[in-house]
Design a protein around this ligand. Structure first.
Ligand code: HEM
Length: 120
């Protein structure tokens, strides 16, 4: 299963005077865009450009280090998901199809995907 556009693109840092960081190719695994994630994740509170059901794609880079660095794995905008799998299963709206594809995977492939995500 391929992780779709929203969570894969590369970026190249711009040249705004931080010479140690400029022009470096990074792979944050996010498109940095707002997406309608459906009623399950909606808080119905519009915030600047985001409607009450839109969230910015969280970078998946470093996902496997969150527990080490932060001492927890509370994922999604309000920390409701306690694991990567739970976070995927909360996907709805524009990401509904990805969630359904995930659910259709054989158990072994779901494990491989979760292991891959832990390695980012
Ligand atoms: C196989 C496909 C996908 C996987 C494995 C995946 C995985 C994840 C994970 C683990 C998170 C939680 C990250 C964190 O809280 O640190 C997340 C958040 C998010 N993803 Fe995905 N995702 C997938 C597809 C998509 C697609 C297709 C979209 C949009 C069209 C999308 C949009 C988002 C957004 C907006 C968030 C933040 C939601 C919030 O904070 O409540 N994802 N994703």
């Amino acid at each position: 299963m391929k992780i779709p556009e929203a969570d894969t693109p590369e970026n190249t840092n711009d040249t705004d005077g931080h010479r140690f960081f400029e022009n470096q190719k990074i792979t944050p695994y996010t498109d940095l865009l707002l997406h309608n994630m459906g009623p399950g994740l909606a808080d119905n509170v519009p915030d600047h450009l985001a409607s009450g059901s839109e969230w910015r794609t969280q970078p998946l880079w470093g996902l496997g280090l969150i527990s080490l660095v932060n001492g927890h794995t509370y994922l999604l905008h309000d920390g409701r998901a306690r694991s990567i799998e739970e976070a995927i299963l909360w996907h709805g709206g524009e990401a509904e199809k990805s969630k359904e594809n995930y659910k259709k995977l054989p158990a072994k492939q779901r494990q491989y995907l979760l292991k891959y995500l832990q390695s980012l």
